[in-house]
Every structure is written in C-alpha cells, then in structure tokens.
Design a protein around this ligand. Sequence first.
Ligand SMILES: O=C(O)CCC(=O)C(=O)O
Ligand SMILES: [Fe+2]
Length: 281
Amino acid sequence: MNMNAAQPARENILAHYKENGFAVIPNALTQEELDYLNGIVETSLREAPEQWHQPIEGAVGTVSLLAQYPLEMDRFIRHPVIFPLIQEVLRGEARFAQFDFRDVTADRASSSQMHFHRDISYYGTIGGKIYDPDNPYISTYACVIYYLSDVHECCPAFCLVPNSHTFSSLDEAKEKLGDEYREIPIRGKAGTAVLYNITTYHTRKGGMADCKHGRRTMHNYHSRASSSPLTNWVTVPEALALSDDHDTRMFYSQWTPNQIKYARDHYTKPVPAYYPVHMIK
Ligand SMILES: O=C(O)CCC(=O)C(=O)O
Ligand SMILES: [Fe+2]
C-alpha cells in the first residue's frame, strides 16, 4: 500500500467494495481530527485506565468514549466522508451497532496477532444467512476501522481475504478461491479507513519484533434496519438514543437487550413503550 495514497473517487471505492468485500479510503480523517481523537484517547488511557479492558490479543480497548463524548463521537460515527459510503453499502438502512477504540503498544506489537475470523451477529451464529445475496454490496453489517497511527510494514495490520464471505471456513475459501485466494494486509498513514463487510474473513496480523510504533484504531460497526442488533451488550447515551432529532434517533434505534436495561436504569426520559422493558431483568 502506498503510504501517501490520495483518496480514490467514490465510484472506485464502491466498485472495489462490491468486488472484494472491502475498500480502503486514505485520508478519511484530517490531521485536526486525528489530533483530537488521539488527544482524548491519551487522556482516557492516563486518567481513566479502569475504562480500558486488559490486553486481548495484544490490544487494550474501551467503549467508554461514546458515553463520555456523545455528540462529539456522533460526528465521527456519522462522519461526512465515510457515512455516505456506509449508507450506500447498507442500502440506506445504516443503524449504529458498536463503537470502540483499541491500542496496541509497541512492546505488544509482535504478540497482537489474531486468528482469521468473521464478525457474526447472534442470528448468523444460529443459522441466519451471514450476508445478503440481494444486496450488490453483500453486507447485512459493515464496519470501518480507522487507523489513528501510521501503520508501517513492521506494525500490526488489519488483513482480509477478498471475496471470502460465501465460504464456511477459511480452508474452504482457500480451496475454492484457488489462485484468487489472497491475504491482504492494509498499511497506510494515520487517517486511513478500511470499510469492510464483517463476514469477509479477516484478522489482525501481528507486528514485527522490532516494531517501535504499535497501532491505535477506532472501530465502528453498523447494522441495517432490516438486520437484528449485532451484539447483545452495546449501550448508547441518552443524548443520541432519545435525541429530538429524528434521523439521530432512528440511527441509534437498534437497541440490544442490554441497552434497554441501561436506558431503564440510567436515562432521565422513560424507555419508549415499543421496547420490551418489562421483560428485562
Ligand atoms: O484490530 C484489527 O485489526 C482487527 C480486529 C477484529 O477483527 C475484531 O476485533 O474482530
Ligand atoms: Fe473481526
């Protein structure tokens, strides 16, 4: 990957996504946006380390910044450059699903390797189809990973197998894709975004032993109005989930059971009656 790549045209980004199940968008975030995000991540790591989970496959992570800065984070979640692309691949039905930050320190870079996997919703795990054959863009859910630090050859890197969403295992993808089988590590400058169908096989490649950078990322998952909630644990702050702005409220309306409980126990306004609040313990 060219570290100084310019941003491809919208139709090229979308054509690449259609053909491969992912697309890379360099310069998705400006330097000012990167400085702001890195600033709040560093403040949180320093002042609220208890909000970050212990390293999982080399990465610490937090979902707490959405609760702390709802309106500011919403501007990244529905980012002017990336959100229109998300809406396109999700047929105009995008719904918020998950938003978190992760950080791999330089000393953990080489032990941050994940296994190849796909991210699947609960219904997908119990027999629901894990992609939409009627959507030219494949996806029932899409995720964007934003690089908040430069990702060099030596750094941990997000890596995908293009067009692997139809296979039931990575081995089957290898066998059936044959010469077409590729594992593509994504490297690029801070501000690069990778937009991907979550059931395209992917992983985090570990960094090299002498990596001096590590890697910091922002992960933003989207569901569709016609998909079920992706997780059963994400929560959304009241300012967004019960916003007076119709589009905002609709975007944050796909509540998980845990979100219903969270709203009941923490919101100032009552939980809308169309959520099964009395069923929730
Ligand atoms: O951090 C990465 O590069 C990939 C993360 C990922 O695939 C996941 O958490 O499911
Ligand atoms: Fe994943």
